[in-house]
Ligand binder design. Structure first.
Ligand SMILES: *Cc1c(COP(=O)(O)O)cnc(C)c1O
Length: 355
């Protein structure tokens, strides 16, 4: 891929935010990657340009019919000053899966990854150094063809933007209180729940706002058909340690196949833990919380890596987990995965790429 580069004049470069005050998604770097698609010419005009507004026709399909997908990954700067990506190929594969599901065009994943690396190298000063901080990488694709009508668009824009993000746990783990919603659902069987598509997040807002009003951090989603089986927590996958068995819902089609989820499964199996991917009823979880057979519960995702759940609230009743404290397994997984990401632990899996 030939990438045309237009540099922002040095005098117009933004001031870096202080690494003690990095709020997620608030700071964006000086440059962005763009590439256009037309049905008859394919992807073309790959370019890195100063960060700035898009010019979109008001009839652009993404604005009306929701053809929009994204990815989220991070670049980590280690103590050795090297910058690493974690399982970035998996993010490229998932982007193509989401594109396929939303009738959008495939991208050459090696070329896109090369472009992302080129952009990160150009924006190297934006990769923060403080422990636990990172550079968030947001690739996304939108339908730009100008027409009104429901069919797959014939024109698209692919972009990558970057921004430094803070340590998720600057003051240590803080187990969260979760509201189990039996009213709203995130995704339905046969729907688009396993694609990282914009509409899924719009659909989730009402439930999470209601949960926040009641003092909870996030929502735990149940399956849409019966409101019986656990699916995800907020925008994370969910795990339960039931006695000595680590259990997570199987990928049923309505669950987003998280890369952190996959990493946790892989590590846990290699550590000799018993692991089950299976349907897990909310009643089983709550009974086992009561009988203390539920030892730990945590969410997994790129942003937080591991997010311990200290309590579940369901139908007016509060169920405390592990006394509201972080469990040993959650801590061990967090230490191992972040250790790999920052180059402090041996990468036996080929998950890490130094750029
Ligand atoms: C992105 C996402 C996840 C986590 O995926 P990772 O690859 O681990 O970051 C889980 N659930 C939803 C709904 C997501 O959007």
């Amino acid at each position: 891929m030939d990438i045309e580069i237009e540099l922002l004049p040095g005098s117009e470069q933004k001031d870096l935010p202080s690494s003690s005050n990095l709020r997620f998604g608030r700071h964006l770097s000086d440059h962005m990657f763009l590439m256009d698609y037309k049905a008859d010419t394919g992807w073309h005009n790959a370019r890195i340009v100063p960060y700035g507004d898009f010019c979109l026709d008001p009839a652009s399909a993404c604005l009306h019919y929701g053809q929009a997908i994204f990815e989220g990954l991070k670049a980590y700067r280690g103590q050795d000053d090297k910058i690493r990506l974690f399982r970035a190929h998996d993010n490229m594969n998932r982007l193509n899966y989401s594109a396929w599901r939303m009738c959008m065009p495939q991208v050459d994943k090696n070329e896109l990854l090369q472009a992302i690396k080129t952009l990160i190298r150009m924006e190297e000063r934006w990769v923060p150094k403080a422990k636990g901080t990172s550079l968030y990488v947001r690739p996304f694709m939108i339908a730009t063809e100008a027409f009104l009508g429901v069919r797959p668009a014939r024109e698209y824009l692919l972009s990558v933007i970057l921004g430094p993000v803070g340590a998720y746990y600057a003051e240590g783990f803080n187990p969260v209180k979760i509201f189990v919603t039996d009213k709203y659902v995130r995704a339905v069987s046969g729907g688009v729940g396993e694609a990282k598509t914009a509409g899924n997040y719009a659909a989730s807002l009402m439930a999470s706002e209601k949960a926040k009003e009641l003092g909870f951090t996030q929502v735990l989603w149940l399956d849409a058909a019966e409101r019986r089986y656990v699916e995800e927590v907020g925008t994370m996958n969910i795990f339960f340690l039931l006695e000595d068995i680590l259990v997570t819902p199987e990928l049923s089609g309505s669950i987003l196949p998280g890369i952190t989820r996959d990493s946790v499964l892989r590590l846990a199996r290699d550590w000799g833990l018993k692991v089950e991917e299976r349907p897990i009823a909310i009643n089983e979880v709550l009974e086992k919380a009561k009988s203390k057979a539920l030892k730990e519960c945590f969410g997994t995702g790129t942003a937080a890596v591991i997010s311990p759940v200290g309590a579940l609230y369901y139908k007016g009743e509060n169920f405390s987990i592990n006394g509201g404290k972080t469990g040993d397994l959650a801590q061990r997984l967090f230490d191992e995965i972040t250790g790999l990401q920052y180059g402090e632990r041996e990468d036996a899996y080929g998950w890490i790429e130094v750029i």
